[in-house]
Design a binder for this molecule. Structure first.
Ligand code: ADP
Ligand code: MG
Length: 466
């Protein structure tokens, strides 16, 4: 492999019709990636931007050969990838270092695997440790290092094998702000000055600013399932100034696309290609529960009050910046606002509805009423409420609902959905969960509504045993 003057033109990587499904025990398949087509050229720094859970890591694992697509192919330099791609390196979000090895030994790992001799290994590792700003720490152990230093070791280890393609999965997101900023510009220096024989970079991120700051091309993924919503060239010269008008404009544009594509996604029914015949579609015999967005109600309330103070409409990007929220944190909250008919997202703005304005004005009791009315109209809440109302003790084991949800979601997602549903329902006083008995039980008000008050005295939920 040449280490000087790498060729930096031409296509390096082709992702052709890549689709990924995860099978669930009950035969439902979850479609995560839907027909992704993408070519990465030599010399490109590509950011893959998408909300959390959209399938970014899945795509990256497929590209590096760590995971196989259900359909489609990945070509690397024109050849199908099967098994780990030796020309690609991966940097993960968490510092995947071996705690019992020193910095130097950690960096040498990939070289050992390649069968490179001891002397050459030493020399190379020392050079990279130096390049990444860790000289003097060769013999330190990971536990002696700060998070930022550990991530530097992660970079050095990934770069030690002279990869052509560097894949990074949210590499800066676990670092504090300043450390992340330093490491970003250092990596950019290495890349732009061609101090390393890299030919292309593929970085997964959910940070819009990070993508605009670093990449020359941004691929925006939509969610459920992931599709390419936009392929955007960023031609700002390096080093980029986050305060410049062009930069701010681009960030704003990406913000609009990200929030807008989410809108389209909701409006558009899932279209499955002919290769997905065996997947049960939402029109199948059993209706699918759609997931509720992971929005916290306290954040929702705060956001609505803020926007209400500003006349009922504000720019999402500005709101995110003020609240120090990445779009990834903000979108679930705005999705929740939309679900509850409190606001609408339009052209990157959040606009309160009539009900949203009222919500921002009224007291907590009335807010609970509004949310409760909205919850009862949402299938997952209706289901739980009906089951509880139909029971004489108005209680039911958590596991019962988990089992139901696992028919619609992955195990992990089912748990997360149910916990969130319990959280919302508690706020709205619809139903509650007792961690001791592991029972869900209907709130007292709801029991009166349900008109099945046989156990008039059984108000103490701890007495309600299945
Ligand atoms: P991202 O990196 O964008 O946050 P991921 O690629 O990690 O998203 O995951 C995308 C979706 O695929 C998620 O809903 C996740 O729960 C699901 N998923 C990921 N890995 C598996 C797996 N091994 N089995 C089942 N579902 C999975
Ligand atoms: Mg991920």
């Amino acid at each position: 492999m040449t280490t000087t003057e790498p060729e930096r033109t031409g296509s390096l990587l082709k992702i052709l019709g890549v689709t990924k499904m995860y099978s669930q025990p009950d035969n439902y398949d979850i479609l995560v990636l839907d027909d992704i087509n993408l070519a990465v050229e030599r010399g490109q720094f590509v950011a893959l931007l998408g909300p959390s859970g959209s399938g970014k890591s899945t795509l990256l694992r497929i590209v590096t050969g760590l995971s196989e697509p259900s359909f489609g192919t990945v070509l690397y330099r024109g050849r199908p990838v099967s098994g780990p791609n030796p020309h690609a390196s991966m940097v993960f979000q968490s510092f995947a270092l071996y705690p019992w090895l020193t910095v130097q030994q950690n960096v040498e790992l990939g070289l050992t695997a390649k069968g490179i001799g001891l002397a050459a290994r030493r020399e190379k590792a020392i050079r990279l440790i130096d390049l990444i700003g860790l000289n003097g720490y060769e013999d330190a152990f990971p536990k002696e290092l700060s998070g930022g230093m550990r991530q530097r070791v992660g970079f050095a280890r990934a770069l030690a094998v002279d990869p052509e393609l560097l894949c990074m999965d949210e590499p800066f997101s676990a670092l504090d702000f300043l450390t992340a900023e330093n490491l970003r510009s250092e990596l950019l220096d290495l890349w732009i000055d061609a101090k390393i024989p890299l030919q292309a970079i593929l970085m997964v991120t959910h940070g819009i600013e990070e993508a605009v700051y670093m990449a020359d091309r941004i691929i925006i993924l939509s969610k459920n399932p992931a599709r390419i919503a936009e392929d955007l060239a960023i031609s700002l010269p390096y080093p980029r100034n986050r305060k410049s008008a062009e930069f701010v404009q681009l960030v704003d544009l990406v913000y609009k696309i990200v929030t807008g594509s989410d809108e389209d996604q909701k409006a558009r029914p899932i279209q499955l290609g002919p290769q997905h015949k065996n997947i049960q579609t939402p029109e199948g015999e059993r209706a699918r529960l759609s997931p509720i967005p992971y929005g916290h109600l306290s954040m929702l309330t705060g956001l609505l009050e803020l926007v209400s103070d500003r006349g009922g409409r504000d720019d999402l990007y500005r709101l995110g910046a003020e609240l120090l929220l990445e779009v990834d944190d903000l979108l679930p909250v705005t999705d929740t606002a939309e679900l509850f008919h409190l606001a609408q997202v339009d052209e990157g703005d959040l606009i309160l509805t009539e009900q949203g304005r009222r919500f921002a004005d009224v007291d907590v009791a009335e807010r609970k009423n509004i949310i409760r009315r909205e919850l009862i109209a949402i299938p997952i809440f209706r289901l739980i409420e009906r089951v509880l109302a139909s029971k004489s003790n108005h209680a039911m084991a958590l596991d019962f609902f988990l089992d139901i949800l696992e028919e619609h979601f992955s195990k992990e997602q089912a748990e997360r959905q149910l916990m969130l549903a319990i959280n919302w329902a508690r706020f709205a006083d619809l139903f509650h969960y007792d961690t001791d008995t592991e029972l869900l039980y209907l709130a007292d008000d709801q029991i009166d509504d349900a008109e099945v008050i046989e156990n008039g005295t059984g108000r103490d939920h701890s007495e309600r045993i299945e």
